[in-house]
Design a protein around this ligand. Structure first.
Ligand code: COA
Length: 435
């Protein structure tokens, strides 16, 4: 018993509500409920379940249900391909639903996917009978609203975050006690190339800007360069450790935001324990539904929205692939298009795609055409700023040939000649007379 009003059961007892054919939602990233996942997998191994669909954004920690041993028992259909399910997805055991992050909640709310069971983690209840979803509001709130059964691990390590994260106990059907620490995400220090990219991006960020930083190595490299900026705000889908020193220094204060002035707005978090401690009982931070944080028209209510996202490949016309390496899915569309479009509609906004010019094997990430099977995440119509360690160029309003010229100017010097030749072959001899 957690207290007099809440009856708890064991994880094994709780997951008995899952039936063959059900759709189960898991809360995301740090907040994946591993005790429930393990108990569900025990039932799978015991032959008690068949064709159970599992949905989530990405999760930290193990994802055993996506492994080949559970073929026919669990079918993972994720909304984003994280590192723990990448191999299974590429091998076809697990699958991926291409979807803008802003619309993941709509899958449940509008009934495209039935949520039978939502398995989540929450902090202990407050004196008013509210718990917090902590680091994972995203599509989890929609899953909680629509599920037949909500199973919650009540875990004192889940931060009591505010905003849409706060839900009444009455939304939960089954309680389980837990004390597992939240899974931290690990980031390396920015290297020389990432630091150069960070500096080019920082030069584009104006005082008073509202920032969104995507996933991957680049965001922390950018944030590390913002120590002398003023009055920055945060309206994003996720943030990590890089924002904390800027909040402490008063650089991030949300003073110029158009909505949620003075507040940092996010929908999930992915960082170290420091980030989870930072949001605990912190009225500065609003953890909101992904239908709010990632709606381009809400994003655009803030002035000077500067969205910085990374990519795997770009072609010479500005088509950006960020979710697959050729036919192999590496991640997902996530919130990239939501924020690129939102930033482009914001007054004084800047939409930025930032990535190293070459891979760690020296392959150019700026290519004449996208690899066979690669899909377009940010279209050539959506792209604005493009940044590598060699500089920043703005492709918006530029012709195809101008774009090719600009992209080649920020390609790795070892690849510029080959890219120039490819552009010449594509656009004809007049390409050499450009500029
Ligand atoms: N050709 C071949 N391999 C490539 C490649 C290319 N053009 N580009 C990258 N790779 C390889 C890298 O070498 C690396 O390989 P490794 O794992 O063996 O080291 C791997 O692919 C990942 O590349 P990296 O540049 O390290 O990725 P990242 O961690 O910085 O993440 C994205 C970049 C694009 C995957 C990530 O930003 C993403 O998922 N974006 C889509 C979603 C999004 O933008 N959401 C917005 C807000 S969260």
């Amino acid at each position: 018993m957690l207290n007099k009003t809440i009856k708890t059961v064991s994880p094994q007892e709780a997951v008995k509500v899952i039936k063959s054919g059900d759709h189960v939602h898991l809360s995301s990233v740090a907040s994946a409920p591993h005790s429930l996942i393990n108990a569900m997998c025990e039932r799978g191994r015991a032959g008690e379940l068949k064709n159970v669909h599992i949905h989530h954004l990405h999760t930290e920690g193990p994802a055993p249900y996506a492994e080949p041993e559970f073929e026919g028992i669990f079918q993972m259909d994720s909304f984003f391909v994280g590192s723990n399910v990448r191999k299974s997805t590429q091998a076809g055991y697990a699958d991926y639903i291409p979807i803008f992050l802003s619309e993941t909640q709509k899958l449940y709310r509008e009934g495209y996917i039935k949520c039978n069971v939502a398995m989540i983690q929450v902090c202990p209840p407050d004196e008013h009978g509210f718990v917090s979803l902590g680091t994972s509001v995203d599509a989890t709130l929609a899953a909680v609203e629509t599920a037949d059964y909500v199973i919650a691990v009540v875990n004192p390590n889940v931060p009591r975050a505010f905003g849409d994260a706060l839900i009444p106990l009455s939304m939960i059907d089954i309680f389980v006690e837990g004390n597992e620490p939240l899974e931290p995400a690990h980031f390396t220090q920015p290297d020389e190339i990432e630091t150069a990219i960070g500096k080019h991006c920082a030069a584009l960020i104006e005082d008073g800007a509202t920032l969104q930083m995507g996933i991957g190595a680049i965001p922390n490299a950018v944030l590390a360069q913002l120590g002398n900026h003023k009055n920055l705000g945060i309206h994003t889908e996720m943030f990590a450790d890089g924002v904390l020193p800027l909040v402490e220094k008063g650089v991030i204060n949300g003073a110029c935001k158009g909505i949620d002035k003075g507040k940092m707005v996010s929908t999930f978090l992915m960082g170290s324990q420091k980030v989870y401690d930072f949001i605990h009982n912190n009225p500065l931070v609003l953890m909101m539904d992904v239908g709010y944080t990632n709606d381009p028209f809400i994003i655009a209510k803030n002035p000077r929205v500067t969205a910085i996202n990374s990519a795997l490949q770009v072609d010479l016309t500005g088509q950006v692939c960020a979710d697959s390496l050729g036919t192999k899915f590496f991640s997902g569309v996530g919130g990239q298009v939501d924020f690129i479009y939102g930033a482009s509609r914001s007054i004084g906004g800047k939409a930025i795609i930032a990535m190293p010019s070459v891979t760690n094997k020296g392959i150019s990430k700026i290519a004449p055409t996208l690899a066979d099977g690669a899909g377009v995440v940010t279209t050539r119509n959506h792209i604005h700023w493009f940044v590598t360690e060699h500089g920043a160029v703005n492709l918006y309003g530029k012709t195809l040939q101008e774009r090719a010229r600009l992209l080649i100017s920020v390609a790795h010097p070892d690849h510029r000649e080959a890219l120039d030749k490819a552009a010449f072959e594509r656009f004809g001899s007049h390409f050499k007379f450009m500029f």
